[in-house]
Design a binder for this molecule. Structure first.
Ligand SMILES: [Mn+2]
Length: 438
């Protein structure tokens, strides 16, 4: 675990806004928290000013674009029906192996919605909470997510679950996909904003690739009345804060937000705790993460407005240093796209995997397409990665070459081979004309 997370000292109400480092986003601009906003005065005065829930509901619906409203209305009634059919069951909400704030907060919102149907949810991830803000988010809000290590996974009895749920992913980025398939746990719900990653066999699917954050979708469900948030309920306030963080984090602090994301944020502003959010955003980076960022800076190669950097080996718990380094490299003048990758070593399982992140500010570059095109598919026809608007990631298993070797020459050689291979694949797209010239 990264040791540097927000301490209670950082979390004092008096602390002023610091430069924000949204979990997946660049980190060089202030968080712009209005100074006069106070967590103790949520904007929700509807209780006093209006006369009852039957009038509050249409107001909430008003916080949506007409298109979002019709999608949400249609989806919400389908969602209700599915939840009703699964009343009293126990479900596994599987997050990607390295969950981000959008995923964590949406899983929590789903859990709260499902609770109303007496559905008990366990929110689980198999990898690690790597980003300092994600650790702070989980600790400071008591977010009910559990890490199941490879050992726990081997010993768990999955027969207690009647259903599996993916939020902010489609199973392709979680080890739980194969496990739940083997255990024959039916896939009940998928809610995501990534582009379709293949055939999905779920009872309820809400895929909206045009939406910038899954938190926007879940917030629209809240607005449609699937659960009524209450500012006097601290769990609701914390979940709304987590959703606000997820939404901001996936939209580069709302800079890439679209109308419906802003409207969702506006709705959440009635409930969320600004001071709590501020504490999460103030989590500092560990030295090891800083070292990876330094390596990326030193090793970067600039070509055709791309910045490409291999950072060598890093520990499993520091995996999130890679997207943070990419966030940083893309801020350089004349750079529109940054790709950072390294070999992540998992000591628990003595496994190694190449992990990479792409960040782009170029509107015409589709990260999903770029990564699929650059790295292609594995023997089973699965892509090594994909993306959403402005960001993408990839994971390439090292197979037979995986595992620690004491000979430093061998370790160096192995890195050089992977480094050269990844560069070659990327440069084919960065310099498309080279193929013709040589
Ligand atoms: Mn997301």
């Amino acid at each position: 675990m990264i040791e540097s997370v927000a301490t209670p000292k950082n979390a004092t109400p008096k602390s002023k806004a610091q430069p924000s480092q949204s979990a997946n986003q660049s980190a060089n601009q202030p968080a712009n928290q209005p100074a006069n906003q106070s967590a103790n005065q949520p904007a929700n005065q509807s209780g006093e000013q209006r006369s009852g829930p039957e009038q509050a509901a249409p107001t909430s619906q008003g916080w949506m674009t007409p298109q979002a409203r019709s999608t949400t209305e249609q989806k919400a009634s389908e969602f209700r029906r599915v939840l009703e059919q699964h009343r009293g069951e126990r479900q596994l909400v599987a997050l990607q192996d390295f969950p981000d704030p959008d995923a964590l907060s949406c899983a929590w919102a789903y859990k709260l919605i499902a609770q109303q149907y007496d559905i008990r949810c366990d929110i689980v991830y198999a990898g690690a909470l790597s980003h300092q803000e994600n650790i702070a988010l989980v600790r400071l809000t008591n977010l009910p997510a559990q890490r199941w290590s490879p050992q726990v996974l081997r010993e768990k009895d999955f027969s207690v679950y009647q259903g599996c749920v993916y939020v902010d992913n489609q199973g392709t980025t979680t080890q739980f996909q194969s496990i739940t398939q083997q255990a024959r746990i039916p896939l009940v719900v998928v809610i995501d904003h990534h582009t379709a990653q293949g055939e999905l066999n779920a009872e309820f699917i809400d895929l909206r690739p045009q939406v910038r954050a899954t938190a926007t979708i879940l917030t629209q469900y809240l607005q449609s009345g699937l659960i009524k948030f209450d500012t006097n309920n601290s769990e609701h306030v914390k979940c709304a804060t987590a959703l606000m963080h997820g939404l901001r984090s996936d939209t580069n602090r709302l800079m890439q937000a679209q109308e419906e994301d802003f409207l969702a944020a506006a709705y959440l502003s009635r409930f969320y705790d600004t001071q709590l959010l501020n504490s999460v955003l103030q989590a500092s980076r560990s030295k090891r993460v800083m070292d990876v960022i330094e390596r990326s800076l030193r090793n970067r190669m600039l070509q055709n407005n791309f910045s490409i950097a291999g950072v060598g080996y890093l520990r499993y718990d520091d995996r999130d240093a890679i997207p943070q380094a990419a966030d940083f490299l893309v801020t350089e003048e004349n750079v529109h796209t940054a790709v950072v990758y390294g070999i992540v070593h998992d000591e628990d399982d003595d496994l190694e995997v190449v992990i990479g992140s792409l960040r782009t500010s170029k509107i015409t570059l589709d990260p999903d397409e770029f990564i699929k095109e650059a790295f292609g598919q594995d023997a089973q026809g699965r892509f090594f990665g994909g993306g959403r608007s402005m960001a993408g990631g990839f994971e390439i298993p090292m197979g037979f070459l995986s595992g620690f070797n004491e000979a430093s020459d061998y370790t160096r050689m192995k890195w050089e081979v992977f480094d050269a291979q990844i560069k070659q694949k990327l440069l084919r797209l960065v310099n498309p004309d080279d193929d013709i010239l040589t």
